[in-house]
Design a protein. Structure first.
Length: 315
């Protein structure tokens, strides 16, 4: 699809729009899929699957909704730009959703919950903008950056609550609009880098708000293309539950800025998986009641040997 508009006026009993063939999103260079029009009548619940052009959910006759299918064939659910008008809802459902547009305008409600859900900012060729006066149903399960040129959250938009924020590639501007964790039994998770192939992981430009539940705060510094220094992703309390470092490039270092960290997990608080980590620039780590477990983590002893800045844990 390269241009034009497809208008879906009435809802079917199953799928209202499906594109799971061809070349995927690379074959969709333009065009608009419009859910609802003035003749749609009462609010319709539309169901979508696969590869979407620019998506517009209208409120012309009522507050319609559009929900992505969890049945995937050939392609993940993916779209170009999305416009959610006031009174309408877009539900990405309990499955991975890839946003491959430059602008997501939310003046209604954006929902993406469930254990298998992951909202991925996926465009690599241009900066991405999230804007609008709408709300995001709290909490999103995963908010993942794979957008090489970064994401800007409009400072006038409402805050976005997500249990996990993962910076695989690309930075977030106005990251103070993020709330990580949703209280209750949730865990606040921050991941920097990729679990497999090293990526150009980005940064937060400002500190998000942490609202951990009983799961506490977990932080992972994984495989990236360069050395790193910790930044606003570290909570101001300097206390987290678990810390993981896994970078398979032994030339990389992780510089701990801003002061010592307290790790509070009484099981496994510190995990160092690959390489001599080279954590630098602080005289010690404060780890409450977990030094035996930290010592047993692969790599911790070599870290102590490789840098006189890191003290041995007390016996």
């Amino acid at each position: 699809m390269t241009a034009g508009t497809i208008v879906v006026q009435l809802a079917a009993t199953a799928i209202d729009y499906r594109d799971q063939a061809g070349s995927g999103i690379t074959g969709v260079t333009g065009g608009t899929l419009q859910m609802g029009n003035a003749a749609s009548g009462a609010a319709k619940a539309f169901n979508l699957r696969g590869v979407l052009p620019n998506l517009v959910i209208t409120n012309t006759s009522a507050g319609h909704s559009a929900t992505m299918s969890t049945t995937l064939v050939n392609y993940n659910n993916i779209s170009r730009n999305i416009t959610i008008n006031s009174g309408t809802t877009f539900n990405a459902n309990n499955v991975v959703f890839l946003f491959n547009g430059t602008t997501l305008t939310n003046n209604g409600t954006l929902t993406h919950n469930g254990a298998s859900s992951n909202f991925v900012w996926f465009l690599t060729t241009a900066p991405v903008l999230y804007t609008g006066s709408g709300v995001v149903t709290a909490p999103m399960s995963n908010f993942e950056m794979d957008a090489d040129q970064g994401l800007t959250i409009d400072p006038a938009s409402s805050n976005i609550t997500a249990n996990a924020v993962r910076l695989v590639s690309g930075s977030i501007i106005n990251s103070n609009k993020l709330i990580i964790g949703n209280g209750g039994a949730t865990t606040s998770t921050v991941q920097i880098g990729n679990q497999t192939t090293p990526t150009a992981a980005g940064t937060f430009d400002s500190a998000p708000t942490f609202n951990p539940g009983t799961g506490g705060i977990t932080m992972s510094y994984l495989r990236t293309t360069t050395s790193r220094t910790t930044g606003p992703e570290v909570p101001s309390s300097r206390t987290i539950t678990t810390f993981t470092y896994d970078d398979n490039d032994i030339t990389h270092t992780l510089t701990l800025a801003g002061g010592d960290l307290t790790l509070s997990n009484t099981a496994t608080a510190l995990t160092m998986t690959n390489g001599p980590p080279g954590i630098q620039d602080r005289p010690r780590w404060l780890v409450e009641s977990v030094f035996p477990q930290a010592r047993s983590s692969r790599g911790f002893a070599s870290a102590c040997r490789s840098s006189n800045e890191i003290a041995d844990p007390p016996e």
